[in-house]
Structures are given as structure tokens and as C-alpha cells.
Design a protein around this ligand. Structure first.
Ligand code: PMP
Ligand code: GLN
Length: 379
């Protein structure tokens, strides 16, 4: 049979988590916490289920949740967005990304992605007849080279996908970067897709610069976030997209036939915690910075070298002092021989540069991080 996605196999996150389970390795590969979200949030879902909030949510999301998202966007990024026309609740950021791409990418359109690129972008582009144009971010900093981007823009460029904080490298965009971006897209029809699922996980006193906070860029943007990252509930698969009304209307046409709507009791519980405890996301940078620093301190005596990430709950490490295996082979070896699972970085690149880097997820209990580090320093 013909296949629409000839290059696509099983996602690396599933492959590595499965392999970790088979070999009983500590799983620092797929990005998910091994601890629960706030107890109040979990209890609240049970409460809403018992109350009978068990039927379809409105297609665009529960109004109370959209209102809390609008309030947060105003408080953090200084932008007034309409809960009614500019916010859509989706089944995870994955759905929001897919819906945004499907809503606007047509046959032959070019979409620029920065490698290493999160693996759901390209299949979504290709299924819609688009062409992913890959620009490689260079180690060690993995920041965007704006001249490189300028050179890649053509008359067929429909969209640029901006992921900040960036998975898997942990790099972030600065306010100056957003200005460079604005200059490049001004007077074009290029749309932006901001994957900002780690918006609350930025370290060392730095700030997350959201497309939502840049009034000129926001006019051409879909901005996506995920409650899975913010509330340690990746299994709930609730996210959202904020976009100007005209773009949201197009996104909703796709969303309503992709999933129609997403889990009602969870949306209600998330609305409550957003309203009652904004401190949760204000505390998240410190919470994860402590984990990053703990993990990095623990693996310092190892042969891995690294620069602390600027954001996300991932740490890239260079293993060239340990092995000259490919990163995929190294990750397999690491699971089987060392008992720790990581994610190879080259799989997110169309033309990987010469680098020996793997990604560890430090969204784990301190005890898990300690146990993993003991194994890693023994190599
Ligand atoms: N984008 C990035 C960069 C991610 O890391 C992830 C998930 N880890 C997603 C999108 C998908 O988020 P969700 O689980 O809410 O679908
Ligand atoms: N985004 C998560 C990661 O980067 C994985 C999500 C998934 O498994 N699809 O590890």
C-alpha cells in the first residue's frame, strides 16, 4: 500500500520508554514527571466527575478555563486576548500544533522548522501537502541564526515554527530575537506557530519572551501551550492555542473535526487552580531550576560535559569523552549497560551536525535523579 508518511516510524519517545521498561532502566528519556501534580488539582477532577460534569465540553473549551487563560496572558505578557474568539482548548499541545498547521498550510507551502525540531511538526506539515524546510541550530548554544533564516525565506514560505523554550536543547529566545523575527516577517504573509509549552520553565532569572507579548508578531501567530507541562499532568493531554480571532476561527474548523472538544472535568479543575493558585506557575522556574541544578551537580563528577540549559526540563549532555558511538547506539548502550534511558538528539535533525549529544529529562523525584546520577558517574 502507498504510505502518506514514508519516513515516519514509531516516535523516539515511545521507542526509548519501551526499551527502558524492557531493561528496567531509569527512564530519563521521554519527558514526563515521575511525580504527581498538585493534590488539590487531582482531587478537584474527582469532585467534578462526582458532580456530573461528564458530558461534552463546548467545542472551543470550557468558558471558565478560557477566561483564566486570558487572565494569565494579560498578567504575564501584557496582552488582552478574547476568551471568546482567541482561545481554543485542545487535547494537548500536540493537537493544537496539528490543527494550526492543518488550518493554514496548503499544497506546496514551505514551513520553516529549526532542527533539532520536535518530532510532531514535520508529519503534520507533510500530511497537509506542505514542505518542511529544516534550518539547523548550531551547538553549543542552539540559538537562531537570523541571517540563515532570512536566506531561507522564499515566496512560498507560509509559516515559521518557533519553539521557545526549546525542546530538546533548552535554549530560549530573547526580546532582541523577537525583534529580529519581526523585522524578517514584516510586510510578508508569513504566519508564526509558537510552541511555548515550556513557557513557565525558564531559569537563572531569565524571562520567557512569548509571541503573545509582542503585539506586532501576535497578529500573525498561533501560540500553543500545554497544561501537561505546567501542572505535571502530561497524561491528561490538555493544551490550548491562542491566536487572533481570524486565525482562531480557521484553527477551530480543524479542531472541531479532529477531536471536537476535550475532557470536561479536567478543564474545570484546571480553571480552578489557575484562578486560586497562580503561585503554581510563578513557582515553577525555581522548582525546576533546583532539579536542574541538583542533577547537574550530581553528574558533575561524570565524564559527561554540559552547559546548564536555559529552560525546559531537559539537560543536553555531550558524551564524546566516553564513546564515539552514534547517539542512537550510545542511548541503546546506556539503557542496556548502565541502566539509564536518554533521548538521542540527531533524530530531530534532517542533517545532523557532528555532535555527540543526548537529552536527559530531570522532571523526576530527587531520589530518581540521585539513583540515575550514581549510575552515570560510574561509567
Ligand atoms: N511541543 C513540545 C516542544 C513538547 O515537548 C511537547 C511534549 N512534550 C509537546 C509539544 C506536546 O505537548 P502535549 O503533551 O500537551 O501534547
Ligand atoms: N514531549 C515529550 C518529550 O519531549 C514527549 C511527548 C511524547 O511522548 N509524545 O519527551
Amino acid at each position: 500500500p502507498t504510505t502518506k508518511l514514508p519516513k515516519v516510524g514509531t516516535t523516539i519517545f515511545t521507542v526509548m520508554s519501551q526499551m527502558a521498561a524492557e531493561h528496567n532502566a531509569i527512564n530519563l528519556s521521554q519527558g514526563f514527571p515521575d511525580f504527581d501534580g498538585p493534590k488539590k488539582l487531582l482531587d478537584s477532577v474527582g469532585h467534578y466527575i462526582a458532580q456530573g460534569a461528564n458530558q461534552y465540553a463546548p467545542m472551543t473549551g470550557m468558558p471558565v478555563l478560557r477566561e483564566e487563560i486570558a487572565r494569565k496572558v494579560a498578567a504575564l505578557y501584557g496582552t488582552t486576548v478574547s476568551a471568546e474568539t482567541e482561545i481554543t482548548v485542545t487535547s494537548g499541545a500536540t493537537e493544537a500544533l496539528f490543527a494550526a498547521i492543518s488550518a493554514v498550510v496548503q499544497q506546496g507551502d514551505e514551513v520553516i522548522v529549526f532542527d533539532p525540531a520536535y518530532d510532531s511538526y514535520e508529519p503534520a506539515i507533510e500530511l497537509n501537502g506542505g514542505i518542511a524546510v529544516h534550518l539547523q541550530l548550531q551547538p553549543p548554544g542552539f540559538h537562531i541564526d537570523w541571517q540563515h533564516l532570512k536566506d531561507a525565506i522564499t515566496a512560498r514560505t507560509r509559516m515559521i515554527i518557533i519553539n521557545t523554550p526549546h525542546n530538546p536543547t533548552g535554549s530560549i529566545l530573547s526580546a532582541q530575537d523577537l525583534e529580529q523575527l519581526a523585522e524578517l516577517v514584516r510586510d510578508t504573509d508569513i504566519l508564526l506557530l509558537g510552541d511555548e509549552v515550556y513557557e513557565h520553565i525558564v531559569f537563572d532569572g531569565q524571562k520567557h519572551h512569548s509571541l503573545l507579548g509582542h503585539s506586532e508578531l501576535y497578529q500573525r501567530s498561533f501560540v500553543v501551550s500545554s497544561f501537561g507541562k505546567t501542572y505535571h499532568t502530561t497524561g491528561w493531554k490538555i493544551g490550548y492555542c491562542v491566536a487572533p480571532a481570524i486565525l482562531s476561527a480557521e484553527l477551530r474548523k480543524v479542531h472541531q473535526y479532529l477531536t471536537f472538544s476535550t475532557s470536561t472535568p479536567m478543564q474545570l479543575a484546571l480553571a480552578d487552580i489557575m484562578r486560586d493558585e497562580p503561585s503554581h506557575y510563578h513557582d515553577l522556574p525555581d522548582f525546576y531550576q533546583r532539579k536542574r541544578d541538583l542533577f547537574n551537580t550530581l553528574i558533575k563528577p561524570s565524564k559527561f560535559s554540559f552547559t546548564p540549559g536555559e529552560g525546559t526540563y531537559f539537560q543536553l549532555v555531550d558524551y564524546s569523552a566516553i564513546s564515539d558511538m552514534s547517539d542512537v547506539a550510545f542511548c541503546q548502550w546506556l539503557i542496556k549497560e548502565v541502566g539509564v534511558a536518554a533521548i538521542p538528539v540527531s533524530v530531530f535533525c534532517q542533517a545532523p551536525p557532528d555532535m555527540k549529544l543526548v537529552r536527559f529529562c530531570f522532571a523526576k523525584d530527587d531520589a530518581t535523579l540521585k539513583q540515575a546520577a550514581e549510575r552515570l558517574i560510574a561509567i
